[in-house]
Design a protein around this ligand. Structure first.
Ligand SMILES: Nc1nc2c(c(=O)[nH]1)N[C@H]1C(S)=C(S)[C@@H](COP(=O)(O)OP(=O)(O)OC[C@H]3O[C@@H](n4cnc5c(N)ncnc54)[C@H](O)[C@@H]3O)O[C@H]1N2
Ligand code: MOO
Length: 340
């Protein structure tokens, strides 16, 4: 730290806040610690009674927090993100599109292990909206040893440490099972719920086939939907333990490869994931119709972001898999699904 004349301070970094007081009108910070003095600041500083100010003594090999923040942000930015200008050293990474927030957790850990580097993100694999902040980065001191920034940049060679993967458009086919619905004893309430959820991600429901609880008819409906161009199949109902719950058998009979039957998620424990060729088939239990958020809300965006679902992904959902059923639902801004 050294004191210099204000007129010679352009390009130097302020070491302390400078306060402005106008009686009856204003009392606050006119210039913040860390501010880089510009030519235009000089008259204002002089008006504030400052002929000399304390500035940071630049040492070779050190960088200012603003530059450091920008360099870290650039190093970790993957696809689908834009950067904000630094504000007191902090740079935000903002979603450029709706999509799935993807974070390389190992790289994030390595970067945050470097002392004085701060990278704070959202939880991994969450649906995000265009314009939402996905991560904020900064360094702890006002100036930082450039070698630390270079370490971040070395790790940053890994592509897409933080990215937003856009959702693919899908043609969705629905198979609604249940003899009570098929025979018109009750009206279908499940189809509209899953249609609304799929459409919220920009998908189109091309067809819904209503079948009784019959293994053969469920299997045939699945293959009909494939022939009609569906690239995602959702089945509703018939997923639990009654003798009439035959949807999993129907999916199997269609020739699908079962990835997982059952998920450590409540609500949603009777969920099934299968693939009929390349087409994902999601077996949705009755709770998906009834509850506001369920396992379906965790897996649907992953499928639409092009993630191949395997059993380990389903099993990882256990931690954070308990929906607290809050009076006002804030999902995805809550712990539900944070194990994804
Ligand atoms: N003994 C056990 N019972 C239940 C278990 C269990 O493990 N042991 N699991 C429960 C869980 S978890 C769920 S979730 C439910 C739902 O399972 P299903 O997928 O088999 O649902 P269904 O039996 O087909 O139907 C339940 C209920 O919802 C009505 N429904 C179904 N589809 C429609 C539709 N398209 N439109 C309107 N209403 C529909 C249906 O008529 C039933 O009333 O099982 C628990 N039980
Ligand atoms: O699967 Mo039920 O599928 O937990 O409420």
């Amino acid at each position: 730290m050294r004191a210099i004349r204000v007129e010679e301070a352009v390009g130097n970094i302020l070491c302390h806040d400078i306060t402005k007081i106008v009686p009856g009108e204003f009392k606050g910070t006119a210039f913040k610690k860390g501010h880089i003095v510009t030519k235009g600041d000089i008259p204002e500083l002089l008006k504030l009674g400052k002929e000399h100010i304390y500035v940071w003594e630049f040492k070779k090999g050190f960088v200012h927090e603003n530059e450091a923040g920008l360099r870290i942000a650039r190093a970790i930015r993957g696809l689908g993100l834009i950067l904000t200008a630094p504000n007191e050293g902090k740079v935000n990474l903002v979603a450029a599109t709706d999509g799935m927030c993807m974070i390389d957790e190992d790289c994030l850990l390595k970067i945050n292990m470097i002392e004085e580097i701060v990278v704070a993100t959202r939880s991994n694999k969450r649906p995000v909206k265009k314009g939402e902040v996905i991560a904020g980065v900064r360094v702890v001191p006002l100036v930082i040893d450039e070698r630390k920034i270079k370490l971040v940049e070395d790790i940053g060679y890994e592509p897409n440490i933080i990215s937003v993967k856009p959702f693919n458009f899908c043609k969705v086919g629905i198979i609604t099972t249940g003899s009570e619905v098929y025979h018109g004893r009750i009206q279908d309430k499940f189809g509209p719920v899953v249609t609304a959820k799929a459409e919220a991600y920009g998908c189109k429901v091309i067809e819904q086939i209503i079948v009784p609880d019959d293994v053969e008819l469920i299997a045939r409906a699945a293959n009909t939907l494939i022939n009609h161009g569906a690239d995602l199949i959702l089945t509703t109902g018939g997923m639990s333990v009654d003798p009439d719950d035959v949807t999993p058998s129907g999916i199997k009979k269609a020739g699908a490869k079962i990835i997982s039957y059952g998920a450590p998620v409540l609500p949603g424990s009777m969920f099934m994931v299968a693939y009929l060729g390349k087409v994902p088939v999601l077996g949705l239990p009755g709770c998906v119709m009834y509850n506001r958020v369920t396992v379906f809300d965790l897996i649907l965006p992953q499928v639409l972001a092009g993630e191949a679902i395997d059993r380990s992904m389903i099993v990882r959902l256990g931690m954070g898999g308990l929906c607290l059923k809050c009076e006002v639902c804030h999902y995805p801004a809550c712990s539900f699904g944070t194990g994804a």
